[in-house]
Design a protein around this ligand. Sequence first.
Ligand code: EPZ
Length: 421
Amino acid sequence: MERLVIRGGRRLAGTVRTSGAKNAVLKLMAASILANEPCLIRNVPRKISDVEVMIGVLRGLGVKVDWEDPTSLRLDPRGELGFHAPDELVREMRASIQVIGPLLGRVGHARVYQPGGCVIGQRPIDLHLKGFAAQGAEVREEHGYIEVIGEKLQGAEIHLDFPSVGATENIMAAAILAEGTTIIRNAAKEPEIIEEQNFYNRLGARIRGAGTDTIRIDGVESLNHREIDYSVIPDRIEVGTFMIAAALTGGDVTVQDVIPEHVEAISAKLREIGAEVTRGEDSLRVLGRGRPKAVDVTVLPYPGFPTDLQSPMAALLSVADGTSIITDHVFEARFRYVDELLRMGANIRVEGRSAIVKGVPRLSGAEVVAPDLRGGAALVLAGLVAEGETTIYGTKHIDRGYEEIERKFQGIGAEIERVID
Ligand code: EPZ
């Protein structure tokens, strides 16, 4: 059984490089469906499994996908495309539903199996579907499939009940070739949305406002562009994971290839727990100073503290001096990792959307199972400070979003290895 084995107690030091942002890359790959000419996407995290799954989904729809070099992906959507995304891949990865918006624009029809992905809450897709319906699409949910049909969509004014990242992206994509203007209010403001706006505009779309809560998409008759060459932003969640690891181990780590503004909320929290965070142009240095202080963390949509770093932060606070309360206002049940941290000696109680973390002086190594992607990352961090050996099963979850996590941590002094037998 594949597992990560960590011997805790090493102080992390040195420089680690960030990969391209998973949650941007996956959407840009889906966006290529709307292109007329091939798109080259650079800085792609090749070794994360979600990228492999998205390649499979796109190939299943008829897009030609090839690696041009180890981190550059060439997507050629010319020719006829299908509308039915491969069921077994959609079941594996929720981000597959992001092909619906681009498919509507391109072929006027999308059929997608009810998506899978990390079990971190209910994760409905009603906001996506309401958006498509407002744009005049016919939406059907039957026999486990979501079917969206709309040859020529109409611009619409859409107010999202919650600033959902996926719904904002999907509605934005569907609006690009619609007739008239679409306005999305209470839109998600994540940096990944700006990235998509920039990419689509390079294809010839007319989108403004990404990064604010109101996005305006003026529909265009057709997209007109030459071959695209686009480099993806660094993964702010991976950056945050290394920052937290540095603070947790009392280390001195420089994270290279960073857009510091994207991780302001994390930098601020780490300063509160007593770490020193110094900003470079495209790097951040984190210096851990003694036992972390307890702090409360409120998880909110961007620019708030990100839900994807809620569990890594809980690993840190589990050894803090005092009691911390973490409240997640994005996903209501993203606490499955807590049982595993308890096995390692943490003292955490979950009450509704909150985790009450009573800091203990030390964690102890144990055999644990990654329940989901970021929960798995939290266990790795806990293993780095625990006394003795920690074995983490369920590595496939971690590999969905972190590229060679063991190699990167080894590079800054961690004693961690992957065992496959
Ligand atoms: C994206 O998921 C990310 N995934 C998630 O990262 C991230 O945690 C999340 O945004 C929030 O930042 C990708 O980009 C592939 P949402 P998404 O729609 O788009 C509710 C990771 O670990 N909601 O913003 O699915 C939903 O249930 C992953 O890398 C509805 O109610 O997130 C949740 O409570 C996990 N109806 C909240 O909104 C809908 O139609 C936010 O979800 C859509 C969402």
